[in-house]
Design a protein around this ligand. Structure first.
Ligand SMILES: NC(=O)c1ccc[n+]([C@@H]2O[C@H](COP(=O)([O-])OP(=O)(O)OC[C@H]3O[C@@H](n4cnc5c(N)ncnc54)[C@H](O)[C@@H]3O)[C@@H](O)[C@H]2O)c1
Ligand SMILES: NC(=O)c1ccc[n+]([C@@H]2O[C@H](COP(=O)([O-])OP(=O)(O)OC[C@H]3O[C@@H](n4cnc5c(N)ncnc54)[C@H](O)[C@@H]3O)[C@@H](O)[C@H]2O)c1
Lengths: 207, 207
């Protein structure tokens, strides 16, 4: 079992390696890569150990090889089509966010129940009625869903997503979702991020 | 120095303890608290060790004492007034998010440069012109700022925040900000969260 903290660092390694690839860097040592992310080289090697290490001890990593290897491990070696349910402020902000598609999660639909929103276009995607969601999920074999509805409606939306075939739910609503075995939920709490920042601000003020 | 992963778990401990407090639980063991968060009890004790441990070995934690202790460590024993710069989709979603205030970060202003947005109200807060931001930051001694502008404008906004007295920046724009010594930036990348989810979905599909 791979620890949560290791899973969290994989996208950060990938993001840095892609930057190196874009500027033509061919090799990178564990120390260089780790220092660019403000972590210890031993932590990086320990993380990579879960996936076979990627290079012989003492030899640098080949960027051309490491990028596709990490993409495969994360599961974005092929695009992962995604839907959003809830086309309010946050849903529209995510639909509008170009990086989501660039990072491997092309948006295949954004759904809502408010008739005044149906048909509105965000970067070329028209908001559709929630009733159309199951057909789209089945048609395009969609496995990932993002929930940006009010907390009171989130469980019901999760149930409909799971019924349609979704196995990974990215939940922004401040409520814990119950899902069956074989479905994963990730709660995105911006409050966790801002509290971590608050801790660091306090450290600065006290030093 | 407290590790990043430990800092990240503090808000999660606090969130769980507040739930226990709300249902009248007085004592909780490290095992119970850890299991409710799906982590090892030894990891929790190791985290608390950085802050003095909070209880004698083998004795449970007192919820009434632990909640204020963690609030103080995180820096939310008193409200931390915050501003948002960028009142587009994401900025409005954050201004609309009631939990931010409940978690200890009351919103003291949301700013933009688009004249069509100035004056629009979100949950009682009127969007103001960016030109008014420095006065508000100085008047209310605001230390935290959230950036939800396009990547191209983010550095310029960060500079103005720092000039006005902000020391903690929560950055949503997909770009790295340069800030002077004594200022902390936290980049919130939803893409990291969704990739971590993708990894787990892949594990499920392969098992
Ligand atoms: N995790 C975080 O840190 C964070 C930050 C901001 C907002 N939020 C949360 O994200 C959610 C969305 O916030 P917002 O500001 O966009 O709210 P909003 O009210 O602007 O949008 C919610 C949308 O959901 C739609 N909706 C309601 N019930 C639905 C259903 N059953 N099926 C489909 N659509 C439905 C509504 O019609 C509306 O368009 C809220 O739960 C909010 O608390 C979380
Ligand atoms: N981190 C993530 O995962 C994530 C997710 C969604 C969006 N985003 C990012 O968040 C940002 C906002 O996204 P959005 O969908 O709300 O965009 P948006 O275009 O709807 O809103 C941007 C707002 O910023 C304002 N603005 C531009 N320059 C400004 C300046 N110098 N000072 C003050 N205001 C200024 C604009 O007038 C506009 O209202 C973008 O950078 C986007 O890439 C990040």
């Amino acid at each position: 079992d791979v620890p949560e903290a290791t899973i969290h660092r994989l996208p950060l390694y990938l993001e840095k390696l892609k930057l190196l690839q874009a500027i033509g860097v061919e090799d990178v040592s564990s120390r260089q890569l780790a220092e660019s992310l403000d972590i210890k080289a031993s932590q990086l090697r320990h993380d990579f150990h879960y996936f076979g290490g990627f290079s012989r001890p003492g030899r640098p990593y080949q960027v051309e090889k490491l990028v596709p290897a990490l993409e495969q491990i994360i599961g974005i070696d092929e695009p992962v089509p995604t839907i959003i349910v809830g086309a309010g402020h946050l849903g529209q902000a995510l639909a509008n966010y170009q990086n989501l598609g660039l990072q491997g999660f092309p948006l295949h639909g954004i759904f809502d129940v408010n008739p005044r929103l149906i048909g509105l276009e965000i970067r070329g995607q028209a908001i559709r009625d929630l009733a159309d969601m199951p057909d789209i999920v089945k048609r395009d074999h969609i496995l990932m869903g993002i929930i940006t509805v009010p907390a009171a409606n989130a469980q019901q939306v999760a149930d409909r997503m799971v019924e349609a075939g979704i196995v990974g739910i990215f939940n922004f609503a401040p409520t814990d979702l119950k899902v069956p075995e074989g479905v994963v939920v990730r709660n995105e709490r911006m409050a966790v991020g801002i509290m971590a920042l608050s801790f660091k601000v306090k450290c600065i003020l006290e030093s």
